[in-house]
Design a protein around this ligand. Structure first.
Ligand code: NDP
Length: 484
């Protein structure tokens, strides 16, 4: 299986190669085979990307918003027409089952482009009457934005950042994770085919150093990162030097609270989706599942039964529900967390190790019960299919324990008592919450975290704040009243 792109980078409207860059092998996680070889961006590639973005952005900002939207809408149609081939590439890049990528990855990316194409023409300033004089405001693009992506939803992340940036008149340089570099190149190709002028969406490949070079360039006005907390801290600090705008979408250890009056089958379904979908590699996963003691036994036995029926295997088989982890190194990290959980006294309910497949980075979907707040499994982000079930008795207790974390990305509550649902969510320290649902992130709703999980919001009208700035214009309508 091969997935070699035409070249490593996409700069100024075309593919670009510079073989002088260090090699990046792209590995299909289901077999361990190398499916493409790319090169890291050299300083010359980075410079070309920055220069072309800077040169193209002013004219784009001056283009009528409906014209910008028309181009993005054409890209939406191209993505939807090509969903099958794009989803296949996403599966090869990430190892996620085709069953998922076909409905989740590029489709949600297309939704984002469609949403912001529709929204951008209605983004306006306001007029502030001051008697004789007045102030009016202009909502202007920021300029050149840098997007840096994680490897779990590479194409969705590229679209979620490109859509608000481009629709509102910015240029973007996107650096995918070096682990999953392929999808963003396709987005660049499709945008140009749809009519996007050259230079407005560039893709440069590389590891952290390439991202760092972009973040500190004086031409860059904004940085949007999806990644881990340690990387977020570094990128935020580097961006602060130039007082740049930032959006930080970082990690989490989110609570999913299940009260004993909940619809247990739905709650189990949500807990499984929120721990096993994308092989558990989702930042907003509900990885601390708090179950009220009255339903604990019923919850665990049905959970074990339903988990046993999950179909692991070849991601290209549409029946496969759980694929491999993204890389061998990541698999080792996840296996290590399983061992730590056992060592620290958690009760293994199912799974707990590598899956018996001939090749690939597969682990079993795993559930630990009797997890306590101080265990490593309850404190650190595993980013794999490992569910921690914790017991609780009272509402006040579970709220305090749910909030006892440095993260604050997401949270969920399952209860038949909607008054309680709203009351609990109102007290949870999390940027994105669900009541009787989990992990649904439609583009119409804001997404993002509080505390160490990040700043800023992606998606929805909220993203407009993060890709524009306000210019305030005072208009004097009469003679200047001066005491001098
Ligand atoms: P990393 O933090 O390791 O990397 C994120 C991106 O930042 C990669 O493209 C990486 O490049 C790049 N990078 C690393 N160092 C620097 C630097 N100094 N300057 C600029 N860029 C740098 O995250 P992962 O890719 O491992 O993704 C998993 C993490 O992402 C998890 O913690 C997860 O929770 C989080 N995440 C958050 C989401 C959210 O929306 N809140 C959504 C999805 C994931 P390279 O990989 O090439 O080194």
């Amino acid at each position: 299986m091969q997935a070699q792109p035409k070249a490593s980078h996409f700069v100024n409207g075309a593919y670009l190669e510079d073989p002088a860059g260090a090699p990046i092998d792209v590995i299909y996680p289901a077999t361990g085979a190398v499916i493409a070889r790319l090169h890291e961006a050299t300083p010359a590639v980075i410079e070309a990307a920055l220069a072309s973005a800077k040169a193209a952005q002013k004219a784009w900002a001056a283009t009528r918003p409906v014209e910008r939207s028309r181009i993005l809408r054409r890209a939406v149609d191209l993505i939807r027409d090509r969903n099958a081939e794009l989803s296949l590439l996403e599966t090869l890049d990430t190892g996620k089952p085709l069953q998922e990528t076909t409905v989740a990855d590029w489709p949600s990316g297309a939704d984002a482009l469609e949403f912001f194409a529709g929204l951008a023409p209605s983004v306006t300033g306001e007029t502030v009457p001051l008697g004789r004089d007045f102030v009016y405001t202009l909502r202007e693009p920021l300029g050149v934005c840098v997007g840096i992506g994680a490897w779990n939803y590479p194409s969705q992340i590229a679209c979620w950042k490109a859509a608000p940036a481009l629709s509102l008149g910015n240029a973007m340089i996107f650096k995918p994770s070096e682990v999953t570099p392929l999808g963003a190149l396709k987005l660049a190709e499709i945008l140009v085919e749809a009519g996007l002028p050259a230079g407005l969406f560039n893709v440069v490949q590389g590891r952290g150093a390439v991202g760092a070079a972009l973040v500190t360039d004086p031409r860059v006005a904004k940085v949007s990162l999806t990644g881990s907390v340690p990387t977020g801290r570094r990128v935020y600090a580097a961006a602060a030097d130039g007082v740049r705008h930032v959006t930080m979408e970082l990690g989490g250890k989110s609570p999913l609270i299940i009260f004993d009056d909940a619809d247990v089958e739905s709650a189990i379904g949500a807990a499984m989706l929120g721990n096993f979908y994308s092989t558990g590699q989702i930042c907003s996963n509900g990885t601390r599942v708090f179950v009220q003691t009255g339903i604990k036994d019923r919850f665990l036995s049905r959970l074990a039964e339903r988990t046993a029926s999950i179909r692991l295997g070849d991601p290209l088989d549409m029946e496969t529900q759980l694929g491999p982890l993204v890389s061998e190194a990541h698999m080792q990290k996840v296996l290590n967390y399983m061992q730590i959980a056992e060592r620290e006294g958690a009760t293994l309910i199912c799974g707990g190790g590598r899956a018996a497949l001939n090749s690939g980075f597969y682990v079993q979907p795993t559930v630990f019960a009797n997890v306590t707040d101080d265990m490593t499994l309850a404190r650190e982000e595993v980013f794999g299919p490992v569910m921690a079930v914790l017991d609780f008795d009272s509402e006040d207790e579970v709220i305090a324990r749910a909030n006892d974390t440095e993260f604050g990305l997401a949270a969920g509550v399952f209860t038949a008592d909607l008054t309680r649902g709203h009351r609990v969510v109102g007290q949870l320290e999390a940027g994105t919450c669900w009541i009787n649902a989990y992990n649904l992130t439609p583009v119409e709703g804001p997404f993002g975290g509080v505390k160490l999980s990040g700043v800023g919001r992606e998606n929805s009208k909220a993203a407009v704040e993060h890709y524009t700035q306000i210019k305030s214009v005072y208009v004097g309508m009469g003679p200047v009243d001066s005491p001098y």
